[in-house]
Design a protein around this ligand. Structure first.
Ligand SMILES: O=C(O)CCC(=O)C(=O)O
Ligand SMILES: [Fe+2]
Length: 222
């Protein structure tokens, strides 16, 4: 519930949480969010359908579908040999442009100009899903990761580069928010603690749950 003088009114302004880690609330408008919801539904259909990635015998609670390169915990592959052996859809030009605009929004015009994500991980969290503290370290390049949130808000935990524990900060990532981790924050541990039901804005076409896109410029050979 939004209150006139609630904490949200003061917290939802662009902020650098740590050098290299920038949060830009309300970066995308409702129309742009609705566009992403519709595209996500297409991606989820395949050629490599959305699935719960597995870590050994453990199935992650989040559902994931990829663009550009297929990802599974531990690395990328050209084809989804853990699903159906097919290649994923390419990264569309509009997402490359969005990635550049995202980096530019953090004030780094030089990195923005050449930023070319070659992998996008598109995640769907139902109300019970979460993601444990981890580093995004399957990409040899040091290029920033661009994260876009759509739908129900979540408690996002942003930690440090040394380990899963404290110090960390919990922030509320809401629909349309941008988060970028690059530079000294590129290997910071982070995770999604919980999803907050019923918090998505109306008009985006997502009744329940949360979509998160992470754009990555992997530095892997084409
Ligand atoms: O859902 C999020 O906000 C973070 C997702 C994430 O950390 C990942 O896909 O590696
Ligand atoms: Fe991550």
């Amino acid at each position: 519930m939004t209150q006139l003088f609630g904490d949200d009114a003061f917290e939802r302004v662009p902020r650098v949480l740590a050098p290299g880690a920038t949060w830009v609330p309300d970066w995308l408008d409702v129309e742009q969010q609705a566009w992403i919801v519709r595209r996500f539904a297409e991606w989820a259909d395949g050629p490599v359908p959305i699935r719960h990635p597995r870590v050994g015998a453990h199935e992650m609670s989040v559902r994931n579908v990829c663009l550009g390169r297929h990802w599974r915990p531990g690395g990328y592959s050209r084809v989804a040999d853990d699903v159906n052996g097919r290649a994923v859809l390419p990264v569309p030009d509009w997402l490359v442009r969005l990635g550049r605009r995202a980096i530019a929004a953090t004030g780094d015009a030089e990195t923005a100009a050449s930023y070319t994500p070659d992998a996008v991980l598109a995640n769907y969290y139902d109300l019970d899903a979460h993601m444990g503290m981890h580093q995004d370290r399957d990409e040899p390049s040091g290029a920033p990761v661009v994260s876009i949130s759509i739908g129900d808000s979540c408690t996002f935990r942003f930690g440090n580069t040394a380990g899963r524990g404290r110090p960390y900060e919990d922030i509320r990532l809401a629909s349309g928010d941008l988060f970028v981790f690059g530079g000294p924050a590129r290997l910071a541990f982070h995770g999604v603690v919980r999803i907050h039901p019923g918090t998505a804005p109306s008009g985006i076409g997502l009744a329940s749950g949360r979509i998160n896109l992470t754009l990555r410029s992997t530095g892997l050979a084409p």
